[in-house]
Design a binder for this molecule. Structure first.
Ligand code: AMP
Length: 224
């Protein structure tokens, strides 16, 4: 089973790149943020618990996230492999993931970090909108839809995420620097970490990621 992780601050382009990479490489795209938003929308117990953290840009407790991942790993295409987007976000989550992949006899192939400057991120997120139906991501500045407010793919209305206001974005960035950034060193020590420049167009970043993966020889899988 192939397993890739996309690391990076909120707004670094993880969601966009993960969707493209999943298509290219035949992997299941697993976004903890998308799952949580779906739970909130459905009003489940997990959604109600998660909502208070998400609204302010704090992280949902590790134990809830790891339970959710465990269920998904078992139910979603174990044999196809995964690309994780937005998970793990803490060292405790990375350790939990390490135990889970050990249990199923798998390993993590590579951890790709999309590096983008904080001020570029604030600009990107406060201009971001998402298709309410297919999840396609747009940006008023760098990737606007052909018809303002509507998705190019299915013409559905675009929506803004409630946690993309500037105040919440700045808190999400603080949380990222404090709790998620240590994962760069965690995975570097395991020889899995690849840093990719996340500035530029979607195509430019995708090309950099694919080039970096090819150069690193993902067949040479390291175990966690
Ligand atoms: P995202 O769509 O990845 O930006 O996630 C949106 C929000 O969901 C985050 O600000 C967190 O509140 C929550 N979230 C998503 N993934 C995780 C995770 N792995 N651990 C904790 N909280 C998460």
């Amino acid at each position: 089973m192939r397993l890739l992780i996309l690391l990076g601050a909120p707004g670094s382009g993880k969601g966009t790149q993960a969707k493209l990479l999943a298509e290219r490489l035949g992997l299941v795209h697993l976004s903890t943020g998308d799952f949580l938003r779906e739970e909130v929308r459905r009003g489940t117990q997990l959604g109600n618990q998660a909502n208070q953290y998400m609204n302010t840009g704090e992280l949902v407790p590790d134990v809830l996230i790891l339970d959710m991942i465990k269920t998904r790993l078992v139910s979603d295409g174990m044999n196809r492999g995964f690309i994780f987007d937005g998970f793990p976000r803490t060292v405790a989550q990375a350790e939990g993931l390490g135990r889970l992949v050990d249990e199923v006899g798998a390993g993590i192939d590579r951890v790709i970090n999309l590096a983008v400057d904080d001020e570029v991120i604030v600009g990107r997120l406060t201009a971001r909108s998402t298709c309410g139906v297919c999840g396609a991501i747009y940006n008023d500045v760098s990737n606007s839809p052909r018809r303002a407010g509507f998705c190019d793919k299915d013409d559905a209305a675009l929506v803004r995420r409630s946690d993309d206001s500037e105040a919440v974005v700045r808190n999400r960035l603080n949380v990222y620097h404090q709790l998620t950034k240590p994962l760069e060193e965690y995975y570097s020590r395991k020889g899995l970490f690849l840093k990719v420049d996340g500035h530029g167009t979607t195509d430019q970043v995708l090309t950099r990621v694919l080039t970096s993966l090819a150069a690193s020889g993902t067949n040479d899988r390291a175990q966690v």
